[in-house]
Design a protein around this ligand. Structure first.
Ligand code: BDR
Ligand code: CA
Length: 316
């Protein structure tokens, strides 16, 4: 079985990704770690607890970062996910409580305990992963892989979603993203280049609602607000799959084509949150590019195969 730690800021698409992850055959969820992002940390953690309870997940839920590595005012997005982050459908207040350890410590403990076994799936700002690397740099050599929803590289004309060049998870903490991308562990960035290529349209979501029992109904309910946002801003009658694609990458990397090269995240100025990959073979001076590991950036996805897989897993 593939063991996964899910680092998240729920968020509607985060919950859709978690529903998928916990039902995927051959996958074992080891922990949910929360970060600020779509909303403040207290709200994303409460949502993680509510969903863990609803799905009957017997794994630790640990709370992580409340803000970026550097002094930066977080910009929450209630206009995307609803004031409560889950479409304002008034889910029950969780009875479960958080693990007493900080998220970074849970990540470190689990990775050390099982060298080579754990895949980190990050679908919020990458602050917890940066904290974990800072406290225990050796974990970079101990994980199986790091699949991240984040970044925008412009390969299909998809540029940013919070500025012309920046994707939300990177823009929330580009300092953390730059550290995570500079560490010697195998990162794959599942950015807007591919996540905006895959739309779960209204008919698809309605089929989940009717066929996928409890999770399908929940996804339908919480995604009404999120779909309205997509409709108002993009004219889409559906939602981008975003975070679920990072989960898909962790278990089915064959669904993606990737490009290799060192990647940096920009902090400050009008390009704050932009991600840039150095083309292979380009000699750069100064060498702030060349002394960094090559990482993978997703540039293509078999969207049809992904949508089939997601539906099959949820409906099973
Ligand atoms: C990312 O930002 C968040 O709003 C979503 O949950 C996703 O992780 C998309 O840019
Ligand atoms: Ca997210």
């Amino acid at each position: 079985a593939r063991a996964i730690i899910f680092d998240t800021d729920p968020g509607v698409d985060d919950v859709m990704a978690l529903a998928f992850l916990t039902r995927l055959p051959g996958v074992e969820l080891r922990a949910i770690t929360t970060t600020f992002g779509n909303l403040a940390l207290e709200a994303t953690t409460r949502n993680a607890l509510t969903i863990a309870e609803r799905f009957g997940l017997d794994v630790p839920v640990a709370q992580g970062a409340a803000h970026a590595l550097q002094n930066d005012q977080p910009r929450f997005v209630p206009h995307v996910h609803g004031a409560d982050g889950l479409g304002d459908v008034h889910l029950p207040v969780p009875r479960r409580t958080v693990d007493p350890r900080p998220a970074a410590d849970v990540i470190i403990d689990l990775v050390r305990r099982d060298p080579g076994a754990i895949t980190l799936v990050g679908v919020g700002p990458f602050t917890n992963l940066a904290h974990a690397l800072h406290k225990a740099p050796e974990i970079a050599g101990l994980v199986a892989g790091v699949s991240l929803m984040g970044g925008a590289f412009g390969t299909h004309g998809h540029t940013g979603n919070v500025s012309p060049v920046a994707e939300a998870n990177v823009a929330a903490d580009p300092w953390a993203a730059d550290i995570v991308l500079g560490a010697s562990w195998p990162v794959t960035m599942i950015g807007l280049d591919v996540t905006q290529e895959v739309v779960m349209d209204e008919a698809y979501l309605a089929a989940l609602r009717d066929q996928a029992a409890d999770a399908g109904r929940l996804i339908w309910d919480i995604s009404r607000f999120y779909q309205r946002f997509h409709e108002q801003t993009r004219g889409l009658r559906g939602v981008f799959a975003h975070d679920s694609l990072a989960v898909a990458h962790a278990v089915r990397p064959d669904l993606f084509t990737t490009r290799s090269g060192s990647v940096r995240a920009v902090a400050g100025g009008i390009a704050h949150g932009q991600t840039i990959q150095k083309p292979r073979g380009l000699l750069c001076a100064p060498s702030s590019w060349d002394d960094r590991p090559e990482q993978a950036v997703a540039v293509g996805v078999d969207g049809g195969a992904f949508l089939d897989l997601y539906r099959r897993v949820l409906v099973a």
